[in-house]
Ligand binder design. Structure first.
Ligand code: UT7
Length: 328
């Protein structure tokens, strides 16, 4: 018998306030046509002044626990993937832990920007497989509206706020049960970083360098050119290691950065558009929250069912990127 990790439940939370493309045309020189045509985004959610990343994270976590049939006291590991923490320290995970009424578990933040959820699930998988922890809350939560330059039309139209979460548990699996035979859980993970591309996507402020929060800066078309190649390569890597062909995936749940990037990957790997879970139109790019938000949407509406093969992927600042193959 081998210890493997399993997604026992998921949940998501969005702020109430909707910001449409038409609303943004009143802030910067842009059009609904440009935003929809270049990105697929029609609206996004934005937090109120008194709403914080930890609030979104805790709300998503509660829904994921309920979906998994677990209580907060079962959790022994909390990982919050975020690039927009409540405070410089302590970790947003500590604040979320307190909001959930837990006082005795491992809790830390993980920073891999838009790839944060892929990194966090991969990290939780390693904790659970080692036997050190039994029940992990893995959360992607962001308030990117707080780091956008609302005078920069090249970036402020792209992002939104939100949170999503997985509850992951450890379970023993027969050694001879192969991935293809229906083993449920995390099958393969791949996470990568290439720091020579820091300047393509970054925030121009920080504790050590400027003592300010700063604003998001992106050379969008250069990031775009990297995305399809690197994401596809990570997806092929996890498929090759598992002996599964990309076309055999039931659901492709990509990071929701740009509909054209998603389409490029679908074309390159010869996937079908019916396999894609896309929430970008309503959510925009919610960075580390985008994958669990999309995944939870597809579980809730009955698309992703127990036993389905699911591919997750992302690329973000760093550059960081990665992919995860799992069976729901
Ligand atoms: O999640 C983290 C990873 N992030 C990504 O993966 C994002 C990757 N990049 C992208 O999604 C795309 O590059 C963008 C959506 C950001 C931009 O699309 P693009 O097709 O690469 O456009 P571009 O940056 O090459 O700009 C084309 C034109 C420019 O005008 P000129 O120079 O051709 O006259 C821009 O000034 O579009 C102009 N433009 C806009 N026009 C209207 C840029 N932003 C806007 C805007 N409204 N909001």
């Amino acid at each position: 018998m081998t210890l493997r990790s399993y997604v026992a439940g998921c949940g998501a939370h969005l702020p109430e306030k909707v910001l449409t493309n038409d609303d943004i045309t009143k802030i910067v020189d842009t059009t609904d046509d440009w935003i929809q045509g270049r990105t697929g985004i029609s609206e996004r959610r934005i937090v109120e002044d008194n709403e914080f990343t930890s609030d979104l994270a805790a709300a998503a976590a509660k829904k994921a626990l309920e979906n998994a049939g677990k209580s907060a006291s079962d959790v022994d590991l909390i990982i919050v993937a975020t690039a927009t923490p409540d405070l410089t320290f302590p970790a947003t995970a500590a604040i979320v832990q307190a909001k959930l009424g837990i006082s005795n578990c491992t809790a830390f933040d993980l920073q891999a920007v838009c790839s944060g959820f892929i990194y966090a699930v991969s990290t939780a998988d390693k904790f659970l497989r080692s036997g050190s922890h039994k029940c992990a809350l893995v959360i992607g939560a962001e308030t990117f509206s707080r780091i956008l330059d609302w005078e920069d039309r090249t970036t402020c139209v792209l992002f939104g706020d939100g949170a999503g979460a997985f509850v992951m548990t450890a379970q023993f699996v027969d050694d001879d049960m192969s991935e293809q035979q229906g083993f449920s859980g995390i099958i393969e993970t791949e996470i990568q970083c290439d720091g020579q591309y820091v300047d393509l996507l970054y925030v121009d402020g920080g504790v050590s360098r400027t003592q300010t929060t700063g604003h998001l800066r992106m050379q969008g078309n250069k990031v775009f050119r990297q995305a399809i190649e690197r994401i596809s390569s990570a997806m092929v890597t996890v498929c090759d290691r598992s002996g599964i062909y990309p076309k055999d995936i039931d659901w492709f749940v990509p990071h929701q950065a740009n509909e054209r990037i998603i389409h490029g990957i679908v074309t390159k790997l010869e996937l079908r558009s019916e396999q894609v879970v896309s929430t970008i139109a309503k959510h925009g790019n919610t960075s580390a929250a985008s994958i669990p938000l999309a995944y939870s949407t597809a579980v809730e509406d009955g698309r992703i069912k127990s036993g389905d093969l699911v591919m997750l992927e992302a690329m973000g600042g760093g550059l960081t990127w990665g992919a995860i193959l799992l069976r729901a």
